[in-house]
Design a protein around this ligand. Structure first.
Ligand SMILES: *[C@@H]1O[C@H](CO)[C@@H](O)[C@H](O)[C@H]1NC(C)=O
Length: 393
């Protein structure tokens, strides 16, 4: 049977199959907005100084430093690969192939203010607008728009306002969310319909933040609390926009709980530790990652440096965004968002339902790792850090 003709036959059969399936059109385009967690190399193009992530030990697991803030791949890399498209290049790389989208994320990005040698969300969206004719109207409306932004807004805020009142906290969160709303509407105006958000991590649990605060056993309360306020408000915004803007679709991933679970019960999720970083100096390796102080097995760590995840952490997050159930990501996971017809809007009955959809509980996908977390414990841990800190020791 192995003659050239039968090969030709099966090849054309395959082509026919491909043609058939290509009439069902999935997004082939991914746009990425955010900070160092999603930066695929943009920072090195605007920086006047050495960019750490452009040198080893960043990239050591892959054998190449690319400007990604990890030992290897980052979340957008995994999502592109699950979508069946090549890795999405940083927009500032002049000679890249942008046919499947562009990555606008850059280390130190914020929503508000004017971060030096970086871009605000609004500047990133402006870059998108300037370049949008690189993609067809259809590609732009079928595309996924992926976001992780706001960490540095709240870390800076907590640094400068150690004791804010409840009203002050909420007012700052409202400012951030309203700036995000403005940018989402700009993208929607350019044809964007499918928005995917990774909500903010419990920022007080980042090794860099704990170390700077001096008490490395406990997560620092204020940054985590700000992140949590932000996450609630962000979900409200997405629910609202899906009601107000026809065809607005979204996916909201509860990264906060994922990190919290992995910090508290690292071993359950295959990590030796979620407290200290693989690379850096100080009590939890929270700062100054260099080739002189990198661990031997990054895959044993959740954090690669004081603020960013290892490739193994990013892989787990990628899987959760792509395919987990509504208790981790809702109302659609990314796989569902991708195939959702453009004229369909999933509108949740009310905000309670939307909140319930992302409530951290025993969850199917997490049970892959055999985790049994009680939500009471998580809530207590979040709101009464002092009493619950024994979980972290
Ligand atoms: C900090 O990093 C070093 C490598 O420089 C590693 O051997 C050590 O285990 C790390 N510290 C902790 C607490 O994990």
């Amino acid at each position: 049977m192995a003659n050239p003709k039968s090969h030709l036959f099966s090849l054309s059969f395959l082509l026919l199959l491909l043609l058939h399936f290509s009439t069902v059109s999935y997004a082939q385009t991914l746009f990425i907005f955010g900070d160092g967690l999603y930066d695929a190399g943009n920072k090195q193009f605007v920086s006047s100084n050495r960019v750490d992530a452009s040198f080893p030990p960043y990239g050591i697991t892959l054998g190449e430093a690319t400007g990604r803030w990890s030992d290897g791949r980052i979340v957008p890399d995994y999502l592109a690969s699950f979508m069946g498209i090549p890795q999405i290049p940083p927009i500032l790389r002049a000679t890249a192939d942008f046919s499947h989208g562009a990555n606008f994320a850059i280390a130190d990005a914020t929503v508000l203010g004017s971060p030096p040698e970086s871009m605000t969300l609004s500047q990133q969206v402006k870059k998108f607008s300037e370049n949008k004719n690189k993609w067809t109207v259809q590609a732009r409306s079928e595309a996924i728009y992926l976001f992780y932004i706001g960490s540095d807004d709240y870390l800076n805020y907590a640094k400068n306002h150690p004791n804010p009142s409840e009203d002050q906290k909420q007012a700052f969160v409202d400012q951030v969310i309203s700036a995000i709303e403005t940018e989402l509407k700009v993208i929607y105006g350019s044809g964007g319909r499918k928005f995917a958000f990774q909500n903010l991590a419990p920022l007080g649990c980042l090794p860099a933040v704990k170390q700077a605060n001096g008490n490395v056993q406990e997560c620092v309360k204020l940054p985590s609390e700000m992140a949590s306020l932000h996450n609630k408000k962000l979900l409200q915004l997405l629910v609202e926009l899906s009601r107000k803007l026809s065809g607005f679709q979204y996916s909201f991933y509860d990264f906060f709980s994922s990190i919290q679970n992995r910090v508290i019960k690292s071993k359950t999720y295959t990590f030796e530790t979620g407290l200290a970083a693989c690379c850096g100096t100080g009590s939890v390796n929270g700062s100054d990652c260099s080739t002189n102080n990198v661990c031997a097995k990054p895959e044993d760590y959740l954090f690669f440096d004081g603020k960013h995840l290892t490739q193994e952490g990013n892989l787990q997050v990628g899987h959760l965004i792509w395919g987990s159930d509504p208790e981790v990501i809702g109302p659609n996971n990314l796989r569902e968002l991708l195939v959702l017809p453009l004229d369909v809007t999933v509108i949740l009955a009310d905000i309670q339902e939307a909140m319930a959809a992302v409530r951290p509980r025993q969850i199917k996908i997490e049970s892959l790792y055999d985790i049994k977390m009680e939500s009471e414990m998580q809530n207590q841990w979040l709101y009464q850090v002092d009493e619950a800190s024994s979980f972290l020791i």
